[in-house]
Design a protein around this ligand. Sequence first.
Ligand SMILES: O=P(O)(O)O[C@H]1O[C@H](CO)[C@@H](O)[C@H]1O
Ligand SMILES: O=c1cc[nH]c(=O)[nH]1
Length: 244
Amino acid sequence: MLMPILQVQSEDMPEYGIVCGDPQRAERIAGFLQDVRELAFSREYRTFTGTYQGVRLAVTSHGVGSPGAAVCFEELIRSGVKTLIRVGTAGSYHAELPAGSLVVSTAAIRTDGLTRQLVPEGFPAVADSAVTQALEESALALKGGAVRKGITVTLDVFFNGVEEVPHAKYKAAGALGVEMEIAALYVIASLRGARAGAIVAMDGYADSDLAAEYDPHTDTVARAVEREIQAALDAVAKLAKADD
Ligand SMILES: O=P(O)(O)O[C@H]1O[C@H](CO)[C@@H](O)[C@H]1O
Ligand SMILES: O=c1cc[nH]c(=O)[nH]1
């Protein structure tokens, strides 16, 4: 069956999927695979399939922000993907997690508007524990910067308006950093019976003036993204072995 927005045929889709915001990052992830096929590039959604250590998986970009990403997650699950891992970037709250560090998200604080229209307030946006463990073990096995596991914040806003984003409160409550799609991924996975996890590369400080300081294109961030891609692929291989 043709997925109307992703423009992929469900018959072509495997059980494992990696998702990321940027279509160029999807291509980069596909570069780690064998037998790569580009299935579609529709709007911001670019989908490849390929194999890693003998495991078939899909890689799809979901763009920036929860509503557009939600469409992607829904259609991936409808087309047969059962395990989804987001490989993203995020802003850090902690000096000991500078740009180049990796965070495995165990749960997301739902400050977004999208999940409020899907589930009641209080419904948790939580990762699958097996996916989280596989991601953490795989990331720790790689050399490079810091790796931490913990709660992340999912925001809708990127550049500030006149309203204050309560970063200090989220940080005081223990959140490690901020991005824009993980809550949608975890809630949709819960609703649709899939499992999901996420790993993000820190690209600066979330509570800085992003309009002046945001730069996700440094060598430090590129190396961290490379590391998280490797960690996500190794996690898929581990999970597939355990599923066999
Ligand atoms: O690097 P990606 O996966 O896009 O993730 C982060 O980067 C984007 C903001 O520039 C948002 O999508 C945010 O979640
Ligand atoms: O949403 C995001 C993503 C990267 N960096 C940030 O500060 N915020």
